[in-house]
Design a protein. Structure first.
Ligand SMILES: [Zn+2]
Length: 147
């Protein structure tokens, strides 16, 4: 019989994961996924769900260029407005340089556009919950709860 976490054939022990009895190998247990620890990970989930990450939208170059042109600003003028070099701006507009979050927020204010999006960990976790957790998922969750 194969381990339900990593899929390897091994001597298995039974653990309860999210109300489901799973057969887990000793290797997975050595990663700390005992019944008690799995339950502790589950209890930490609401905290994980609140974590979010800011990223720059994929089409940032087009957004900046279009908004700048709509405002009738020359690259030089916009660069001056956000206190950056014109060369940086042209690299951003040609998608050669992804702005930092700080720079992106300056562009957002100057051009009245949205360049930063929030990626919520919740979405990923919820998706993973619909299928049995893999060993990779378990390790990720465990690392995060150590913070
Ligand atoms: Zn295993």
């Amino acid at each position: 019989m194969n381990c339900e976490l990593c899929g390897r054939p091994a001597n298995l022990e039974r653990f309860e994961i999210e109300g489901t009895i799973m057969n887990v190998c000793s290797n997975c247990q050595s990663h700390g996924k005992t019944k008690a620890q799995v339950e502790r990970v589950e209890r930490h989930k609401p905290i994980l769900r609140e974590e979010s990450r800011q990223t720059i939208v994929e089409n940032y170059s087009k957004l900046v260029k279009t908004a700048r042109e709509q405002k009738g600003l020359k690259p030089k003028e916009l660069a001056k407005q956000i206190a950056e070099k014109e060369s940086i701006l042209s690299q951003i507009e040609s998608a050669k340089f992804k702005p930092s979050l700080k720079l992106a927020s300056k562009l957002e204010r100057a051009l009245n556009i949205k360049l930063v999006e929030i990626v919520n960990t919740e979405v990923e976790l919820e998706k993973k919950d619909s299928k049995p957790l893999t060993i990779g998922d378990m390790i990720t969750i465990k690392k995060r709860t150590r913070k």
